[in-house]
Design a binder for this molecule. Structure first.
Ligand SMILES: [Zn+2]
Ligand SMILES: [Zn+2]
Length: 562
């Protein structure tokens, strides 16, 4: 009644620290008063022009400006672009790290690898649960995506409810029978939602994305028509795809092997937690693959992006310890090619074709379906949630802009269309008694990580990095004969800022001889593939330098052909 005499509710700021105007690095800070919470902490694999860099994570200057501490970290799901930067953010998190059982299981592995622990901070939730932190109450809503146990968040704040979809599509027939909770999204919309932040990845695709079950027919056909073994390359996190292949294998009386570290690890986690069901007797260890007749076997392997160190790349050049492929076999790429990876994938396909393998990709058959909703699904969510403000997230700027246009056309019944806030990384979006708007921008950026958590390096330019200042850079220059693939002469080593004075000469001379021997030991397949050769030189030479000098300089092999 005396509304004018009550003090206004405290302002709520949301700041995207990554994931807007780019794919990957998803991270959002939500602040009110002294409390800051984070939604996701994702990483990104470096582009090809940053060789030697293992990971890219968002810079955290904004958190420093706010005292450096985070009251809680909420995770929408277990993909790298949402949890990959957690080890890097974790030391700042005072309160709970919150996620569903599968999301946290994916995270546990990563945390272990970095020698960290969540301890008391580990907070497992189920869709429908809520967690209160300071002035916030965060509610979890089930959504479907390309992996199990994904959630959207409804963040109840003093200014109203902010809905964050996370990554999602609307799969009405998910393999785990756990569909998106459209009813809850609609109920929130009916009560009134302040702002919606929604995944823009597939806004350019008209219609609907389709269910994970949709790829069954194509796989069915492959299994029915292949006389030899079937090798399926997909993301190791695609548990639904694993389930579909496992079920079909059982149906066709084939045994299943998980090959490659990520496949083995994730299939174990998923089975332990009940997200992947493998019928008794059909699993075979990768080391026993050789003893199974090819026609009785399906292998699920890593390497769908042509990654040189992954199982499929080794298989393609006949250099894998347990799995080989030939004439009667089929290799299925059951994943999209992440932009930038087309060349590496093409290389692997060429090697496979040379072995007479039948290669199936999503260009030729429907063996992959996206985990992100297309235009009609995004419209449905807008219509259900009916937000006052809409902030498109997850995508390059053109996708965000397109999503903004679409949102303006969705009226949400009798309500006016949402006011769109087309923000970029670092924009501070404020909600207070004056409404919602971008008030200013804060410092954001990327941090390059070389090695697993060892050295963090500031800035964009390679030569400015802290890692280089500490340990320097060594560039082995290798010359190969274009036709014979034989090494031409002894590799040359160019070193910058690589410290062991006096001893450096010896180390470099020995190093050149060492690299020569590494190349000579490579199989013909490896020598013919620049990506594989570089990776082999890089990893072996780094070990050599660590052994000899105790240092880990960046190693950037250059392969020239004459
Ligand atoms: Zn995802
Ligand atoms: Zn994502």
């Amino acid at each position: 009644m005396f509304a004018s005499s009550t003090p206004p509710s405290p302002a709520v700021d949301i700041v995207p620290l990554g994931g807007l105007g780019e794919f990957g690095l998803n991270m959002l800070a939500v602040s009110c008063g002294e409390t800051t919470i984070l939604v996701d902490a994702g990483s990104m694999f470096p582009e090809a022009d940053l060789p030697g860099v293992d990971r890219v994570v968002p810079a955290l200057d904004y958190l420093d400006d706010r005292g450096g501490r985070v009251a809680a970290l909420f995770l929408t799901h277990g993909h790298e672009d949402h949890i990959g930067a957690v080890p890097y953010v974790l030391p700042r998190v005072d309160g709970p790290v919150v996620g569903t059982p599968f999301t946290l299981a994916m995270l546990d592995n990563k945390i272990d690898e970095h020698g960290q622990e969540l301890g008391q901070r580990r907070r497992e939730i189920r869709p429908g649960d809520s967690v209160a932190v300071g002035p916030f109450r965060v509610e979890f809503i089930r959504v479907t995506h390309s992996m199990p146990d994904c959630v959207a968040l409804a963040i109840h704040t003093p200014q109203g409810v902010i809905v964050h979809t996370g990554d999602f599509k609307i799969d009405y027939t998910p393999l785990d029978h756990q569909p998106t909770d459209l009813a809850r999204l609609g109920a929130l919309g009916a009560q009134g939602v302040l702002a919606l932040l929604a995944d823009s990845t597939n806004i350019d695709r008209p219609g609907v994305t389709g269910s994970e079950s949709d790829v069954k027919d194509a796989f069915d056909e492959v299994l029915a028509t292949t006389t030899g073994k079937v090798v399926v390359a997909s993301f190791a996190s695609s548990i639904y795809r694993m389930q579909l292949v496992v079920d079909l294998a059982a149906q066709f009386d084939r045994q299943v092997a998980f090959v490659g570290r990520g496949m083995v690890e994730n299939s174990e986690i998923a089975q332990r937690l009940g997200y992947l069901r493998v019928p008794a007797g059909i699993a075979v260890k990768d080391s026993d693959v050789g003893s199974v007749p090819p026609g009785d076997l399906v292998c699920l392997v890593t390497g769908s992006q042509g990654e040189p160190q992954a199982a499929l790349s080794r298989i393609a050049i006949d250099d894998h310890r347990h799995v080989s492929v030939g004439h009667d076999d089929t290799v299925v790429f059951s994943a999209r090619a992440i932009p930038g990876n087309e060349k590496s994938i093409g290389r692997v396909v060429n090697h496979l074709a040379r072995r007479g393998v039948d290669v199936v990709t999503s260009d030729t058959r429907h063996v992959h379906v996206s985990g992100h909703g297309s235009a009609e699904e995004l419209k449905l969510v807008l219509a259900l949630v009916r937000p006052r403000y809409f902030v498109p997230v997850h995508g390059e700027y053109r996708q965000l802009a397109r999503h903004a246009k679409v949102a303006q056309a969705v009226t949400g019944g009798t309500d006016a269309p949402a006011t769109v806030l087309l923000a970029e990384n670092g924009h501070r979006i404020r909600f207070d008694h004056e409404g919602g708007r971008v008030v200013d921008s804060v410092t954001t950026g990327r941090v390059l990580i070389d090695g697993t958590g060892s050295g963090e390096v500031d800035g964009e330019m390679i030569r400015d990095r802290r890692q280089l200042a500490a340990d320097g850079l060594v560039v082995p220059v290798v010359v190969m004969h274009r036709q014979t693939r034989a090494r031409q002469g002894v590799p040359e080593l160019v070193a910058r800022g690589f410290v062991p004075e006096g001893a450096a000469g010896d180390v470099l001379a020995d190093g050149a001889a060492f690299i020569a021997s590494v190349i000579d030991e490579c199989s013909a397949g490896e020598r013919s593939d620049e990506g594989l050769l570089k990776e082999r030189i890089r990893s072996e030479f780094r070990r050599f330098l660590k052994r000899r000098t105790g240092r880990r300089p960046m190693v950037l092999p250059v392969v020239m052909e004459i």
